[in-house]
Design a protein around this ligand. Structure first.
Ligand code: PEP
Ligand code: MG
Length: 578
């Protein structure tokens, strides 16, 4: 039995069979050939196999296949049947006399770089499809099976180096029982998705892919951040008991669902859920959420294929708004970039994508995409209690620009006679230190703040949130972070607006008392985290929380604060500290 220690990214215990997902980029061999005919035959055989594979995927009645997914498979079939495409590979093959996988690879690379520079957004969007199709054909040429996580048909524990957010969002969630990855941190998007889908996960394991083999028995202990490979029967039995206890505890906490998150001295706190895909709305009622505090709309854009149309977006937003019984729903506008790679963005080419063309920066430069989303949001607003939120605001200029865009779109809709609600609260995320420091200025133009601690901590401490090597520096209780939180909340209140938080810190039971004492009005988190946070809020008074915050703000190091908070939360509130 091997025991590996990583970062506890999503709680719970999973016991099952390892499935290695190593969808890395293969090194494409390059060599000279004499027999062009043989290479051409290999190429056509690989195309035929890729076609048969896609047809089989289409035919399989898999409930995870959305209309967009089917459309995307059709476009890949069209591409494989395109005479110009095969002719260009054949021509290059004769001219260069290189092996066909290299010829295919270089043809695709040329095509992708030409299309990425195109003015036409439709052409730019095709780069993701070309990348996908070429990988599939190359896989056959190089005898590699290309496995899609959407097509899993057996329950597995997913073991891999890393997962793209688009892989994670598209995977068959019913079949993935646990996740163990070499890379990633607690606030990487894979971790966030695992928590949303309630899949136990341990990330940042460094080399689990080297230790695990396909079919190994494996235990993922998401509570303690441990992975046990090939466990002994005794260990397996022990973990089955732990798993049962954990489930019982979850059921017990659900008993709080109908009760408000109210402190002992009567302060009512809003506890809302973060969602990434519309299907997650079911978890809102199941965990007693007061609404949706963050709908990460970008996940609609990350599924390979075309950018969603205005109508597709409208339908998704409307569905979410109508599913929550008129509870408030905060939809965040497109936040791509960083680790959320989007075909239009080519962020992998940026030298520093985390500090690059992200979120509103991208939207303000791509008003066609941005205005389409705003139109869809405004149209959907009549179906519920919508709030719109803009991510990655760094200063007042960006607030002015996004508000101008919103006004332009409203004027257009009015001219067209399209109805929408004119009283939609419009807020901003505070997740860049410059926004935190100027939050007194930004509050004048915002109806609410939502603090994005995942990014705020990353940018304040200069620590990449997804890098396991420096995860020890990613510290929500760093005095620098706590001072910024206080400043943001105080500024919001001084201007009469509410201060919420939708970063992962909001769902961390160790942080609940401190956030309460700092005056946070709204906590938004993965729905499954709500009952535990509610339990703590209901067992404390504001005066006690404020007293604790007073003490903590006097402390000078996160080590000191960590120790103090852990001890207090464990003793006083029975929070499980691992
Ligand atoms: C955050 O940064 O805290 C946040 C909620 O946004 P995301 O995790 O999507 O970057
Ligand atoms: Mg963020």
């Amino acid at each position: 039995m091997d025991e590996l220690v990583g970062i506890s990214a999503s709680p719970g215990i999973a016991i099952g069979t390892a499935f290695l997902y190593l969808d890395d980029n293969p090194t494409v061999p390059r060599y000279s050939v004499d027999d062009i005919g043989r290479e051409s035959d290999r190429f056509h055989r690989a195309i035929a196999k890729a076609r048969a594979e896609i047809e089989a995927l289409k035919a399989r009645q898999n409930s995870t296949h959305t209309p967009e997914h089917l459309q995307f498979l059709d476009s890949h079939l069209l591409m494989l049947g395109d005479a110009d495409f095969t002719a260009s590979v054949e021509k290059k093959l004769s001219a260069e006399k290189q092996n066909v996988e290299w010829v295919l690879f270089s043809t695709m690379q040329e095509l992708i770089s030409k299309l990425s520079a195109a003015e036409d957004s439709y052409l730019r969007e095709r780069t993701a499809d070309i990348h996908d199709v070429s990988k599939r054909v190359l896989g056959h040429l190089m005898f590699r099976e290309r496995i899609s996580l959407a097509d899993l048909t057996q329950e597995v524990i997913l073991v891999g180096h890393d997962l793209l957010p688009s892989d994670a969002v598209g995977m068959n969630k019913h079949m993935v029982k646990g996740i163990a990855l070499d890379a990633g941190g607690r606030t990487s998007h894979t971790a966030i998705l695992a928590r949303s889908f309630e899949i136990p996960a341990v990330l940042g394991l460094s080399d689990v892919t080297r230790h695990a083999s396909l079919g190994d028995q494996i235990i993922v202990d998401g509570n303690r951040g441990k992975v046990l490979l090939r466990p002994t029967e005794k260990t397996r039995k022990r973990y089955l008991l732990v798993q049962r206890e954990w489930r019982k505890r979850e059921v017990r906490l659900m008993g709080l669902n109908e009760l408000p998150a109210e402190t002992r001295d009567g302060k009512l706190i809003m506890l809302k859920a973060n969602i990434e895909v519309p299907e997650e709305v079911d978890s809102i009622a199941a965990h007693g959420a007061d609404g949706i505090g963050l709908y990460r709309s970008e996940f609609l854009f990350l599924t390979p294929g075309a950018v969603p149309t205005e109508e597709e977006q409208y339908q998704a937003y409307r569905y979410v708004l109508e599913s929550v019984d008129r509870k408030p729903v905060t939809i965040r506008t497109l936040d791509v970039g960083g680790d959320k790679v989007f075909s239009q963005l080519e962020s992998s080419r940026e030298r520093n994508p985390i500090l690059g063309w992200r979120a509103v920066r991208f939207c303000l430069a791509n008003t066609d995409i941005f205005h389409t989303q705003l139109r869809a949001l405004l149209r959907a607003s009549v179906h519920g209690n919508l709030r719109i939120m803009f991510p990655m605001i760094s200063g007042i200029e960006e607030v002015n620009q996004v508000l101008e865009s919103l006004q332009t779109v409203k004027d257009d809709l009015r001219r067209e006679g399209v109805t929408f609600r004119d009283d939609i609260p419009v807020g901003i995320m505070i997740e860049v230190p410059s926004a935190a420091i100027t939050s007194d200025i930004l509050a004048k133009k915002s109806d609410f703040f939502s603090i994005g601690t995942n990014d705020l901590i990353q940018y304040t401490i200069a620590v990449d949130r997804g890098n396991e090597k420096i995860a020890y520096l990613y510290e929500p209780f760093h005095p620098g972070v706590l001072r910024l939180l206080k400043m943001i909340i105080d500024n919001a209140h001084a201007m009469g607006i509410s201060a919420g938080m939708c970063g992962e810190m909001a769902g961390d039971p160790l942080a609940t008392l401190i956030l309460l004492g700092l005056g946070l009005d709204e906590f938004s988190m993965s729905a499954s985290g709500i009952p535990e946070v509610k339990r703590i809020i209901r067992s404390v008074s504001m005066s006690e929380a404020e007293e604790v915050v007073g003490e903590v703000l006097e402390m000078k190091s996160f080590v000191e604060i960590d120790r103090f908070v852990q001890e207090l939360m464990e003793k006083r509130f029975d929070v499980q500290v691992y």
